[in-house]
Design a protein around this ligand. Structure first.
Ligand code: GLP
Length: 254
C-alpha cells in the first residue's frame, strides 16, 4: 500500500455511510465554499441520506458549496429516470439548499459533447479546483466512468462503457440496455483533487478494492491511480475489505 493511502474498514454499510457523511460535513464546516466532486450509484445513497437528514434536522447548509458530478450517460435527456441528473435531484440536490448555479452535471444530451467536456473542465478550474472528490468503484475497478485502460492523463471526455459495466447497469434501463457511451471526468481531473475519498461496500467490490489497494499501479485498474495521490482515503465495509487478506484492521491499516 502507498504511504499516503489511508483505509478504514467499518463494520457495515451504515457505518461506512455515516463515516462518509462525517467527512463531507467536516469539509463543509471547515470550508463552506468547498468544491466537491460527487458520485452516483447505489454506494453513496446512504451518505446522501445522512447529509439530507443533517440538513433537515441540524440545518447543515450546502448553499455556498460547489458541486461537480463525475459522469453522465450519453444520449439521455436530463429528465430520463436513469439519468444521473434525475438521480442527483432525487437523492441530494433537490432535497438540500444547494445553489443551482453552483451545481454541475455533465450534459449527456449536449449537441457538441466534446466542446461541452472542455467547458466542464474550464468550470472546474474556474471554481478553483476540487477540494474533496468522493468516488465509488466499479466491479472492474472503474472510477467515474473511467473504464480499465483509461489514461491516467485523461480529462473530461466521451467514453465507451465496458460491456461488464453495461450489464451491471442494465437493470436501471427499460428494456435492459444501458447506453454504450457516457461523459466522464478524467483520471487526471480526479487526481488533481486536493483530497479523494473512495467508498466501497459489499463483497462484490472486494476484488476491485484488492486490486486497487494491493496490486500494481496500472491503467487496467483505474482506481489504482489513487495510490499516487497525496491525500486519499478508502472507506470500506467488511465485505469490500474481504479481499485484503487481513492487511487492514478496523479503523486503520495494519
Ligand atoms: C457506476 C458509476 C460510478 C459508480 C460505480 C459503482 O457505473 N458511473 O461512478 O461509482 O458505477 O456503482 P455502485 O455504487 O452502484 O456499485
Amino acid at each position: 500500500m502507498s504511504a499516503s493511502l489511508r483505509a478504514r474498514v467499518l463494520p457495515d454499510y451504515g457505518a461506512m455511510s455515516a463515516a462518509a457523511a462525517d467527512l463531507v460535513t467536516a469539509k463543509l464546516r471547515e470550508r463552506p465554499h468547498a468544491v466537491f466532486m460527487v458520485p452516483t450509484g447505489t454506494t453513496p445513497l446512504g451518505m446522501y441520506r445522512r447529509l439530507v437528514a443533517r440538513h433537515e434536522e441540524d440545518g447543515l447548509s450546502f448553499a455556498l458549496a460547489t458541486f461537480f458530478n463525475l459522469d453522465e450517460y450519453m444520449g439521455l435527456p436530463p429528465d430520463h429516470p436513469a439519468s444521473y441528473h434525475v438521480y442527483m435531484r432525487e437523492n441530494f440536490y433537490g432535497r438540500v439548499d444547494v445553489d443551482p448555479g453552483k451545481v454541475h452535471v455533465p450534459d449527456g444530451f449536449a449537441p457538441d459533447p466534446e466542446a461541452d467536456c472542455g467547458r466542464y473542465e474550464k468550470e472546474i478550474r474556474a471554481a478553483g479546483g476540487v477540494d474533496l472528490c468522493v468516488l465509488g468503484i466499479g466491479r472492474n475497478g472503474h472510477v467515474g466512468f473511467n473504464e480499465p485502460g483509461a489514461s491516467f492523463g485523461s480529462r473530461t471526455r466521451v467514453v465507451r462503457l465496458a460491456e461488464s459495466t453495461r450489464r451491471v447497469n442494465a437493470a436501471d434501463f427499460e428494456g435492459g440496455r444501458a447506453p454504450e457511451r457516457a461523459i466522464s471526468v478524467g483520471m487526471r481531473t480526479i487526481s488533481d483533487s486536493r483530497e479523494v475519498l473512495l467508498l466501497a461496500s459489499g463483497a462484490n467490490k472486494a476484488g476491485a478494492v484488492a486490486a486497487a489497494v494491493g496490486g500494481g499501479v496500472s491503467e487496467e485498474v483505474p482506481a489504482s491511480a489513487l495510490r499516487h495521490h497525496p491525500n486519499v482515503s478508502f472507506l470500506l465495509d467488511r465485505g469490500a475489505a474481504s479481499g485484503l487478506g487481513g492487511s487492514m484492521t478496523e479503523g486503520r491499516p495494519a
